[in-house]
Design a protein around this ligand. Structure first.
Ligand code: ADP
Ligand code: MG
Length: 340
């Protein structure tokens, strides 16, 4: 086993362990030694389990991209600059070994890592009798402050980057095509491909997030478990409520074709579906113009979808949801939840 373990680590080191910025000592010693150049450090960790967060037959290149991208999305939400990552791999037995798998995984990872300029500086590699499990720690640095969940203010506009619900519709489509329970998704082949690409290759909004933070945005998070669920985290942390207009949620033209204006599909995909990896952020109206300009510079649409309201001890819910001028009850299921 030891030889196989070291061969895999060597392979990872050769494929991904290039000398990154501030890496005094990377893969190969007991721990990495990193230079933050006097800046403060931001860290986050995400675990992905086969059969839970990805299909066990996923192409390893797609897995490599997404595993890194979802971690960088957390750093983006803080307004941090990503620098380094650590990767823990728990691998079940594989008849043909992990040589080819790791090569493909590293290619997908590298494509994301090069865009974001992050270096792999360490990790752990173990065998498991359970499902393939990846755990990634992402480390970044901060130049000024960070964006936090508890920093929304009454009167702030609520914004989202990109479009919502694409990945959730693609996941339904993937379930149905595997004979698993899910909702049918009626769209062209080209649109189906677009949605699947959104599911498999999320884009952490790093550049826009840093620009927004520098422009004075204090409150953000990344939307991974469903818009309504994640907005709820901001509202709870900030002790406030919100008004959201369902028809303002930004939809891709592909998702527009699939939802076809149907309320149930709008509730399921853009409002509560997961895996968007877009940013939700709150900002005073005085910042609107500059935010739209910054977004345009990043070729990224941003959309105002509602407003932060004062706390109301008599309100049953933290969100007033409107659709075509009418008040709607919130769906029971607000987004993805783990059951323990
Ligand atoms: P130790 O026995 O000291 O814990 P390991 O044998 O687990 O060290 O790891 C040796 C080196 O390889 C360490 O620098 C570790 O960070 C790195 N490493 C192990 N697995 C991975 C991995 N999956 N990705 C990146 N680096 C790894
Ligand atoms: Mg170890």
């Amino acid at each position: 086993m030891a030889n196989a373990e070291f061969a895999l680590i060597k392979q990872l080191q050769q494929a991904l362990g290039h000398a990154g910025r501030g890496v005094r000592l990377g893969i190969g010693d007991d721990a990495a030694w990193l230079d933050t150049e006097g800046r403060t450090l931001v860290s986050s960790m995400d675990t992905l389990v086969a059969g839970r967060h990805f299909f066990a037959d996923v192409h390893p290149a797609d897995l490599g991209w997404k595993a890194l991208a979802v971690n960088l999305s957390d750093l983006a939400a803080m307004g941090a600059i990503p620098r380094w990552c650590l990767l823990s791999l728990a691998l079940p037995p594989l008849a043909e070994g992990y040589g080819q798998w790791l090569q493909d995984f590293a290619a997908g990872w590298r494509a994301m890592a090069e865009r974001a300029d992050v270096a792999l500086v360490g990790g752990d590699t173990v065998a498991t009798d359970g499902p393939l499990t990846l755990s990634i720690t992402a480390l970044g640095v901060v130049e000024q402050g960070v964006m936090r969940r508890d920093a929304a203010r009454v009167g702030d506009q609520i914004w989202v980057t990109g479009t919502l619900g694409d990945a959730a519709a693609a996941l339904d489509r993937a379930f149905v095509s595997r004979g698993l329970p899910g909702w049918g998704v009626d769209c062209s082949e080209a649109n189906a491909w677009f949605l699947e690409n959104r599911r498999l290759r999320p884009q952490p909004r790093l550049d826009f997030a840093r620009a927004a933070q520098a422009a004075g945005v204090a409150c953000a998070l990344d939307c991974s478990d469903g818009f309504l669920a994640d907005l709820g985290h901001i509202l709870q942390a900030s002790g406030l409520r919100a008004r959201i207009d369902l028809e303002h949620l930004p939809l891709s033209s592909a998702l527009r074709e699939c939802t076809d204006g149907d309320l149930q599909r709008l509730l399921r995909w853009p409002l509560t579906g997961g895996d968007d990896y877009e940013l939700i952020f709150c900002a005073p109206p005085a910042l609107s113009l500059i935010l739209m300009e910054l977004a345009e510079n990043c070729a990224l649409p941003v959309t105002s979808v509602g407003e932060v309201l004062p706390a109301d001890p008599h309100a049953a819910e933290d969100v007033d949801l409107y659709w075509q001028g009418q008040s709607l009850a919130l769906p029971m299921n607000r987004g993805h939840q783990h059951v323990f």
